[in-house]
Ligand binder design. Structure first.
Ligand code: SF4
Length: 191
């Protein structure tokens, strides 16, 4: 069976990704999220992802966060609203590093958990993944994990595994717009 490098943004989103993506190959989880602040929050989300991976028997890698590189990527877009240019650059940065890691360790396909969130622009994520994949000679798995109640399922599984669930996306600007993490009414089954 071939291997699949899965970019993981947080443990709750990884729950449903692990459940659904194993059909495509042996999943290797990659935690690469230099966007997450403060450092204690980064450590907590990383530790929860490592814990879930161990519970699920998934190989797991933490890629050290390149905060300087990430800050350069989003420079000039700090005041953009969520889903705007700042987020596009943040997502592209993380997918680019994921793809480079896949090439480095010889994994032919990559995917991301970012499509679990009902707050993300899935079309942008997929388009960016496909463009990067074509450029570096990989395959990108075009899977929209929030489909079929994916977000709701991630909430359920997170409770089952007693995972920490954050109430903001990750960066310092998103902290200002923290939301109700238990609101599954925003789930977008079918989108
Ligand atoms: S809101 Fe989320 S996706 Fe957007 S820049 Fe901040 S951490 Fe990245």
């Amino acid at each position: 069976m071939s291997r699949l490098l899965l970019h993981i943004c947080c443990a709750p989103d990884a729950t449903v990704a692990f459940e659904r993506l194993r059909q495509y190959g042996d999943v290797v989880g990659l935690f690469y999220n230099p966007n997450i602040e403060p450092l204690a929050e980064y450590r907590l989300r990383e530790a929860e992802t490592a814990k879930l991976s161990a519970l699920q028997g998934v190989e797991y890698i933490e890629e050290p966060p390149d905060r300087e590189g990430w800050l350069k990527s989003v420079a000039g877009c700090e005041d953009e609203p969520e889903r705007g240019e700042r987020c596009r650059r943040c997502i592209a940065h993380r997918l680019e590093v994921t793809a480079r890691k896949a090439v480095q360790i010889g994994i032919p396909t990559f995917a991301t958990t970012l499509t679990v969130s009902p707050h993300k622009d899935v079309e942008f994520i997929h388009q960016t993944g496909r463009e990067i994949a074509a450029r570096v000679g990989l395959e990108y798995l075009n899977e929209t994990l929030r489909k079929q109640d994916g977000f709701r399922r991630s909430v359920e599984l997170s409770r089952q595994f007693e995972l920490y669930r954050q109430n903001y996306c990750g960066c310092r600007w998103s902290m200002l717009t923290a939301r109700n993490k238990d609101d599954v009414s925003v789930d977008t089954a079918g989108i």
